[in-house]
Ligand binder design. Structure first.
Ligand code: ADP
Ligand code: MG
Length: 231
């Protein structure tokens, strides 16, 4: 595929993305010349079995991993050209991550978990408290902000993780198996919430998953198999 010109209406524009791991003397091709374009403001699922390359794809798009070759434009910016420091700064401003295992700090309350992310992103103190309250309300946890993770259900913990991912107003949210630990009913509630957030907060959400629950919630489903995408 030829390189298209920079398009700011694309949240993600990945071309010929390849990621090869060297593992115990042999090569594993996790992403195989993959192309992906996602317009701004969409909620998109990448579905694929375990080992199909979902985590590798999200890590490359979020600047946590570097592709072996290929180009990645996020909102028109070529992230593979950034230095380590530039990438860290960019990620802290522009990207929110949600993981399967929630990744909350167990000794901190919901409010403190969200606020810590804002502090890392360099948000001034006066704004942090207000924004933390705002996003916790958005995910329906205004009454739970003082609770610590172990005092909450899995669904509530994942809501805190969603609030944390949103707090610094990223343009892009990358969610890796975000419902993987949750029962069907709770998964549907969270997918509903992500759908609402995509519309109300004007973010783009890319959700990697191996289950079929997502179909009715997302704008588009892409299937990943052996490092290649199929619509
Ligand atoms: P998924 O998230 O869909 O389960 P991954 O992106 O984790 O898929 O893995 C894709 C492929 O890359 C698999 O074959 C996996 O074994 C391999 N892989 C992932 N991470 C590494 C690594 N750090 N070293 C070697 N191989 C890896
Ligand atoms: Mg994975």
């Amino acid at each position: 595929m030829t390189q298209t010109k920079t398009d700011l209406h694309l949240a993600i524009d990945a071309q010929n993305l390849r990621r090869v791991y060297a593992s115990a003397g042999r090569e594993v091709v996790a992403l195989d010349d993959l192309n992906l374009q996602i317009p701004v403001g969409k909620f998109v699922a990448v579905k694929g079995k375990s080992g199909s390359g979902k985590t590798t794809l999200l890590n490359c798009l979020g600047g946590l991993d570097s592709p072996t070759s290929g180009s990645i434009l996020i909102q028109g910016r070529p992230i593979e050209k950034m230095s380590g420091t530039e990438l860290t700064n960019w990620r802290q401003k522009e990207v929110g991550f949600i993981f399967q295992a929630f990744g909350l700090l167990p000794t901190l309350s919901a409010h403190e978990n969200v606020e810590l992310m804002l502090r890392i992103a360099g948000v001034p103190r006066a704004e942090r408290n207000q924004r933390a309250n705002e996003v916790l309300a958005l995910v329906g946890l205004e009454k739970w902000s003082g609770q610590r993770p172990f005092e909450m259900s899995g669904g509530q913990q994942q809501r805190v993780a969603i609030a944390r991912a949103l707090a610094h107003r990223p343009n892009l949210i990358l969610a890796d198996e975000a419902t993987g630990e949750l029962d069907t009913q709770t998964s549907h509630e969270l997918l509903d919430l992500l759908q609402t957030i995509t519309k109300e907060e004007n973010v783009t959400i890319l959700l990697a998953t191996h289950d079929g629950l997502v179909d009715e919630h997302v704008d588009e489903v892409m299937n990943l198999a052996d490092g290649k995408l199929h619509s």
